[in-house]
Design a protein around this ligand. Structure first.
Ligand SMILES: Cc1cc2nc3c(=O)[nH]c(=O)nc-3n(C[C@H](O)[C@H](O)[C@H](O)COP(=O)(O)O)c2cc1C
Ligand SMILES: O=C(O)C(=O)c1ccccc1
Length: 385
């Protein structure tokens, strides 16, 4: 008899039958509450907060509730498959770890704990440029599971090249270039605490360990930590980038490149015409711009314009059912963001793994109940409420 991800449920009930309750919460909202009680208030504000009055952040989540899955009976869905193929990699599930740049500020080993969960679950991690452990160590900790490196292209092109070449050498399977964070959005929670983790020197390991960055630092005259932070701040973003730079992106690597932060069909076509290999539809969880469109409402247009190219999606996924909704709208793979960060804060690596297993189990059981044995059959099953 094959295994289904939903079997995680049975183990929990069996434990209960011998008097053992789960030591971690069973849904995203409860996990978030527990994490909040265990987090430093400034880190909590950074993770939980978003742009402006956080309308877009809330709307991202709320928009999922308007999408209902039609149940179909007597389909014989005893075995479900959630496997996907992404850039030639056969993956056991469609979930992945969205890039989060302050994992190392949540717990010292946050990046490595996430990578260890990635190894354990076969679920790819998109490793952020802003990590506390250098990208090489993160890759090693992810073991056999393929992973992607998320690049914030710095203003210095040689530094960008150096980071990409390091990612290639370390064994990453592709590069995710984030386009929506050239400047930091207006974030009242962080402003009230006057707190940005990177400015206290956290999560800059990829820069501090980089030959090009160190050369630039040496040229500045001072190599003390404050000077390194100032150099980082001056190089981090590059708001002058335009579509003209796609050729340069393409020249950086022969690995697959995915552009993150695309929400419009026009931009989707432009990216693919310019030689990009995939699209990552996301509004950064409402952290960057307020007053936007819920990301899930942008997904159908992006999928259509992508014409079969892989479409990754994140922003607002809080349950296994939300993941199914995004897959039913045509996403190839679904990124989990804040929920696994709360798992990390509440329970370390075991907390991350529990969050991901719970999402997978809920998705699998919902497919079983509703009569969808695989992800292809889910397509077109959504009804707008
Ligand atoms: C604390 C935090 C840090 C993040 N850092 C990065 C990052 O370094 N690079 C990036 O591309 N996206 C980053 N993101 C955005 C996530 O990849 C993702 O788009 C977002 O979390 C999705 O929204 P959700 O978590 O509300 O579902 C970050 C998100 C959070 C919550
Ligand atoms: O917090 C983020 O979402 C993020 O990715 C970021 C990166 C650099 C500066 C500010 C925010």
């Amino acid at each position: 008899m094959g295994m289904n991800y939903g079997d995680y449920q049975l183990g929990i009930y069996m434990n209960g039958a011998r008097g053992v309750l789960p030591d971690l919460p069973m849904d995203s909202a409860a996990m978030e509450e527990l994490a909040k009680s265990r987090m430093d208030p400034r880190i909590l504000g950074y993770v939980a907060g978003g742009a402006g009055n956080e309308y877009t952040q809330r709307a991202n989540v709320a928009a999922f509730e308007r999408l209902g899955i039609m149940p179909r009976m007597l389909v014989g869905a005893a075995q479900r498959s959630m496997g996907i193929n992404l850039f030639g990699h056969a993956l056991p599930s469609p979930l992945f770890f969205a890039p989060v740049g302050v994992l190392g500020a949540v717990t010292d080993d946050g990046d490595l704990a996430t990578a260890a969960s990635s190894a354990e679950l076969g679920m790819p991690m998109v490793a952020s440029t802003l990590s506390q452990a250098p990208l090489e160590q993160v890759r090693t900790a992810a073991g056999e599971t393929p992973g992607f490196f998320q690049l914030y292209p710095p203003a210095d092109r040689e530094l960008a090249e150096s980071l990409v070449h390091r990612a290639e050498a370390a064994g990453y399977s592709g590069i995710v270039i984030t386009l929506d964070t050239w400047v930091n959005g207006w974030r009242p929670r962080d402003l009230s605490a006057a707190y940005l983790p990177m400015l206290t020197g956290q999560c800059l390991a990829n820069y501090l360990s980089d030959d090009r960055f160190r050369k630039l630092l040496a040229e500045q005259g001072s190599t003390d930590p404050a000077a390194a932070v100032m150099l980082w701040a001056s190089l981090f973003g590059n708001p002058t980038m335009t579509w003209e730079d796609l050729e340069w992106f393409r020249s950086l690597t022969s690995l697959p490149i995915v552009l993150k932060g695309i929400c419009s069909p026009e931009d989707t076509r432009r990216a693919l015409d310019g030689g990009m290999d995939g699209i990552y539809c996301s509004n950064h969880g409402g952290r960057q711009a307020n007053g936007g469109i819920p990301a899930i409402d942008c997904l159908p247009g992006v999928v259509e314009a992508a014409g079969g190219a892989p479409v990754l999606f994140d922003s607002g996924v809080r349950s296994g059912v939300d993941a199914l909704r995004a897959l039913a709208l045509g996403a190839t793979a679904v990124g989990i963001g804040r929920p696994y960060v709360y798992g990390l804060a509440a329970g370390g690596q075991a907390g991350i793994t529990h969050v991901m297993r719970s999402l997978l189990a809920e998705a699998d059981l919902t497919m079983a109940v509703n009569g969808y044995p695989d992800l292809d059959s889910l397509r077109g099953s959504l009804h707008r409420l």
